[in-house]
Design a protein around this ligand. Structure first.
Ligand code: GLA
Length: 404
């Protein structure tokens, strides 16, 4: 099989627009020092979303129970913050055009207050079309009033899912006109959210069409889906995750590629496969939105979701997405540059049976001896100069943190 060697993309190192001292102007003399305003999505959003497991069964009681479990399981303390209601919460508009939740959600403001009281944030879902993907009421023609309604409730995050607008786009005169219609729709909601004055994460969901990574930031997206829907199967998760090569240059603090929500804990993959899922998403600087029932987690699922070192890779403050640097048949090596000159290194085996792999640190940009830690094994492997050799489990990964 032909060995493919992909150079680490130089653009991954472009200035990341961090909210830090480098961007602040000198304050005029005697003016009180202002604390830096935290940037929305400075690191990839972490939380939970109702869709993957609950689909249309999500209701008020479910959301409260997930918030409770997020705290009790230690997920909140590990960094998971957003509790996101996906499609099927929407009811009808009242005479004034204000969208009401349906009878599964008796009082959204009270729900938001409850979620906030746990130190968490509440997210919601809508569509730029007249209908959502599940054929509930969308925001078309009601963008400002909907944004204001969500702000009044205390919503902190919006996933804006194209679906319903696609029917209208199909009727457009040309593909260019359809594209413009979509861009305008995302800009319209960006402006409506801004007008409310309430900070809300703006999550674009249009399945990665029209190279959204090239324009997602310009329409205000804090994250944008890069693919179709994930499922709780290794083949689908791997197809999505490993197809993200080449997108690193488009991610930076405040603006992330989103290869869709997590399936960890839903039961369709084994532990090695879920470790691949978590490791790849961390290297990709992907949002970590759990998609399982947090009230029914095994200790193994909690350990997968709350592994501090894996989360630290995902949330690395430099905010640089990783990329594939080498592939040969089913073996792939991905690296992510981390703050302070370290690197996360994933040795992935996409074959179903174990395979030997090796990481040659010299060829991965290190000179001399490096310090190596096996992240999932939580084990320091010591100083190394020679290539590191490991047998990687089928569909599994060895995730390393390498530093000088
Ligand atoms: C689309 C999205 C999913 C989910 C459903 C809800 O398929 O990609 O993530 O939001 O709609 O209907």
């Amino acid at each position: 099989m032909k060995a493919v060697r992909l150079a680490l993309c130089a653009l991954c190192f472009v200035s990341a627009g961090l909210v830090d001292g480098s961007q602040k102007k000198a304050a005029p003399a005697r003016a009180p020092a202002l604390a830096p305003r935290p940037q929305i999505g400075a690191t990839p959003p972490m939380g939970w979303n109702s869709w993957n497991y609950f689909k249309e069964r999500v209701d008020d009681a479910t959301v409260r129970a997930q918030a409770d479990a997020m705290v009790a399981s230690g997920m909140r303390d590990a960094g998971y913050v957003y509790v996101n209601i996906d499609d099927t919460w929407e009811g009808q508009r009242d005479a004034g055009g204000v969208l009401q939740p349906n009878n599964k959600f008796p009082d959204m403001k009270a729900l938001a207050d409850y979620v906030h009281s746990k130190g968490l944030k509440l997210g919601i879902y809508s569509s730029p079309g007249p209908k959502t993907c599940a054929r509930y009421e969308g925001s078309y023609g009601h963008e400002e009033i909907d944004a204001q309604t969500w702000a009044n409730w205390g919503i902190d995050y919006l996933k804006y899912d194209l679906c319903g607008l696609r029917e209208m786009m199909r009727a457009a005169e040309s593909p260019e006109a359809a594209h413009t219609m979509m861009i305008d729709a995302y800009i319209k909601m960006r402006d409506a959210l801004k007008k409310t004055g309430r900070p809300m994460v703006y999550s674009l969901c249009q399945y990665g069409n029209d190279a959204v990574w090239q324009w997602g930031e310009s329409v205000g997206g804090n994250l944008w889906r890069t693919t179709g829907d994930i499922t709780d199967r290794y083949a689908k998760m791997a197809e999505i995750g490993f197809s993200q090569a080449g997108l690193a240059q488009y991610a930076k603090p405040g603006h992330w590629n989103d290869p869709d929500m997590l399936e960890v804990g839903n039961g369709g993959m084994n532990a090695d496969e879920y470790r691949t899922h978590m490791s790849l998403w961390a290297i990709l600087a992907a949002p970590l939105l759990a998609g399982n029932d947090l009230t029914k987690m095994t200790p193994e699922t909690i350990a997968l979701l709350t592994n501090k070192e894996v989360i630290a890779i995902d949330q690395d403050p430099a905010g640089k997405q990783g990329d594939r640097v080498w592939a040969e048949g089913p073996k792939e090596i991905w690296t992510r540059p981390l703050a302070g000159g370290a690197k996360a290194l994933g040795l992935f085996n996409r074959h179903h049976a174990p395979l030997p792999m090796q990481a040659d640190f010299a060829r991965l940009g290190f000179s001399g001896a490096v310090k190596v830690r096996d992240v999932w094994a939580a084990k320091d492997l010591g100083q190394m100069t020679a290539p590191y050799k490991a047998t990687v489990p089928g569909h599994g990964v060895v995730l390393l943190r390498v530093s000088k």
